[in-house]
Ligand binder design. Sequence first.
Ligand code: ATP
Ligand code: MG
Length: 263
Amino acid sequence: MDQGIYVGIDIGSLSSEAVLLGDEGVLAYSITNTGANPRRAADRCLEDALAKVGLDEGAISQIVATGYGRIRVPFASRQMTEITCHARGAHFLFPRTRTVIDIGGQDSKVITLNAHGAVTDFVMNDKCAAGTGRFLEVMADALETELVDMGRKSLQAKRGVPISSMCTVFAESEVISLIAEGYKEEEIIRGLHEAISKRIFRMAKRLRVQEEIALSGGVAKNQGIAEALKALFRKRINIPPEPQIVGALGAALYARDMALGKG
Ligand SMILES: Nc1ncnc2c1ncn2[C@@H]1O[C@H](COP(=O)(O)OP(=O)(O)OP(=O)(O)O)[C@@H](O)[C@H]1O
Ligand SMILES: [Mg+2]
């Protein structure tokens, strides 16, 4: 018998992902920029993922879409919230997960789960760029450094320079002043990571955060942020091999449930 192909698509504000799940686990995934046209991003990431395993759309059993742009995926049978999908994906990867911290391009969220993986509560910052990937992108530009190097650089610093503004516009001016005052680049970056992590830690205090914690979203690839969060939360923090696909993986798991009559 042919195996089922269950698809999860996460259309985020900055990046879009497709995960192809088979009966035995993840078969392929793809990550692309969302750009100005989420519908096209959905097509593109699905086509890329299918091409990786030499399949076409006819092979798909079920599709679930999530993320900020989920309503722009007309070919999905169901749309589900990011909260639900990130929780499901993280619980699948690390079954002892009780808290998920998702730091994306445009918002950050902390989600608590029970022992079965069901969402019990969540908090979200979607009002401003502070504490998000976008904030770090602006700071990387101000520092004339590559975003992907920020984690490594910050870990070279012995301490972080305190950053007082969290508003992106003010923090950018503050960073420029700190450079002019002669502070080392790595100390400024470490200060930025500490400031973002503190903001997320304070937000998480509104919930009952329990071990184990899983990180999701593109910012989890920044080791400097991961270390700063570990120092604050003092709990076990798991980072998936590809943190950016956790939401799409959760959506694919729901697609599998639907196809098998469980959803
Ligand atoms: N290799 C990397 N190193 C450091 N940061 C990265 C890396 N790759 C992506 N990022 C960060 O991840 C962010 C995007 O994360 P993600 O793909 O989870 O966002 P999104 O799902 O599009 O946004 P949202 O969930 O807020 O709608 C970028 O802003 C960038 O800062
Ligand atoms: Mg996202």
